[in-house]
Design a protein around this ligand. Structure first.
Ligand SMILES: NC(=O)c1ccc[n+]([C@@H]2O[C@H](COP(=O)([O-])OP(=O)(O)OC[C@H]3O[C@@H](n4cnc5c(N)ncnc54)[C@H](O)[C@@H]3O)[C@@H](O)[C@H]2O)c1
Length: 388
């Protein structure tokens, strides 16, 4: 393996990149060879850390012959154009979630990468988490049988983390449905292993000062008869990390005594400055070392013959005659499964699970949540045009 590494170039050096950075640094299959960002301080930090070029323009990064895989970690609305740009330069693409903001953009991204003969992987997202993969491997087995009913509950402080204006404007891709439902959908789709058939949802926008969706409930039905109930609130009150041994979403330890920290920090503060303080290259913004795997809150899968509960360090299995635990010790860095998919696709020619069609279907379910809530009716996924 040592004589073959994936040469990554990163577009967008901020929070998204910073969360994946420990994995890209720790994984011997990856070399970070270049970056591009609009912010000079981010470029300077990258150049200093990796002794590699940091461009002020994504086109220059895509033209760099050293770059083999372009990791697009810029705001949602830029993903489609940057994917097309990378594909035109013959680069494989790892693009952050959500894949894009509409299905036409997803179709264009799939078409551009297919035409160029390059791979497209959409991630990281919580469907890559090892407890999800371990539980998905048990679903359908002799002991458990097919998944019938998934319950996923996530309460966070998402809405009160510092935001750019468009992140609080649903029409421009803001709110918890585009940024957070996409994780929960990714998790339940991987666990059920069948296409989503329909969505009925309600959304909540309860803070006039942050006028976008901060919460939702959605009921998904799947082909084959399974269903999933998704609940999410980003209003920073109850926190489902309490159900996860106070291991946070990105695998780090949380302080159980801390309460309403995000809301308090935001109160009267300069929001762009706060956002900048969380970006890559700023002292103190580094991701804490993991004490468990990443997770997206409480997830319980009821299968025909047994139940599976996901935790940050295990899958708790409740079989027909016994209960046991599949231990999943904390990793050195949390996102190696993303590198696995890119490696398998680029080096071994294996179709990734989180390919463009998968990312587009995740987005279709997000759009169905928004439409169902707006129109007060169930939305059939077949009525959305996912494929070209
Ligand atoms: N998977 C995860 O856990 C996770 C976590 C956070 C963010 N994200 C995703 O990452 C993406 C970025 O989110 P963020 O919070 O880091 O955004 P951000 O606004 O903090 O940062 C975006 C960065 O991209 C740069 N940028 C914007 N347009 C550019 C362009 N055309 N060329 C070069 N650089 C450009 C900006 O200068 C900035 O540094 C989003 O799609 C988000 O959903 C994913």
């Amino acid at each position: 393996m040592a004589d073959r590494v994936l040469r990554f170039g990163v577009v967008g050096l901020s929070r998204g990149f910073d969360l994946t950075r420990p994995t890209l640094v720790a994984d011997p299959r990856v070399s970070l060879v270049a970056a591009a960002d609009l912010r000079p301080e981010a470029r300077a930090a990258f150049a200093a850390e990796f002794a590699a070029p940091a461009y002020d323009d994504a086109a220059a990064l895509c033209a760099d012959p050293q770059v083999e895989v372009v990791y697009i970690a810029t705001p949602h609305q830029t993903h489609a154009d940057l994917t097309a740009l990378a594909a035109r330069h013959g680069k494989h693409v790892l693009v952050e979630k959500p894949m894009a903001l509409d299905l036409a953009a997803c179709r264009a991204m799939i078409a551009a990468t297919e035409a160029a003969g390059v791979r497209l992987v959409v991630g990281p997202s919580h469907g890559f988490d090892p407890p999800v993969a371990a539980a998905a491997a048990l679903v359908g087995s002799e002991a458990f049988g097919p998944a019938r009913m998934v319950t996923a509950v996530t309460f966070t402080d998402f809405l009160y983390r510092p935001r750019r204006p468009e992140e609080l404007d649903s029409a421009r891709g803001g709110g918890v449905v585009f940024s957070q439902a996409v994780h929960q959908i990714d998790v339940v789709r991987r666990l059920v292993g069948r296409p989503v058939r329909s969505v009925r949802a309600a959304t909540g926008a309860w803070d006039a000062g942050r006028p976008t969706e901060g919460a939702y409930q959605a009921f998904l039905t799947f082909e084959g008869g399974a269903s999933a109930a998704l609940t999410y609130s980003g209003y920073g009150r109850y926190d489902t990390d309490a159900l996860m041994g106070w291991v946070g979403e990105t695998g780090g330890a949380r302080d159980p005594a801390a309460y309403a920290t995000a809301r308090r920090r935001l109160d009267g503060a300069d929001e762009p400055a706060l956002k900048a303080a969380r970006a890559y290259g700023v002292a103190g913004a580094a991701t804490p070392a993991p004490v468990g795997h990443e997770h997206f809150g409480f997830v319980l899968v009821a299968c025909e013959r047994g139940d599976l509960r996901l935790t940050p360090t295990a899958v708790e299995a409740f079989g027909p005659a016994a209960r046991w635990t599949v231990d999943l010790p904390a990793p050195d860095a949390t996102r190696h499964a993303v590198v696995d998919e890119v490696w398998d696709a680029v080096v071994d020619g294996k179709a990734p699970l989180h390919d463009g069609a998968w990312g587009a279907e995740n987005l279709a379910v997000c759009l169905a949540i928004l439409r169902s809530a707006a129109e007060g009716r169930e939305i059939a996924i077949a009525d959305l045009e996912i494929r070209p």
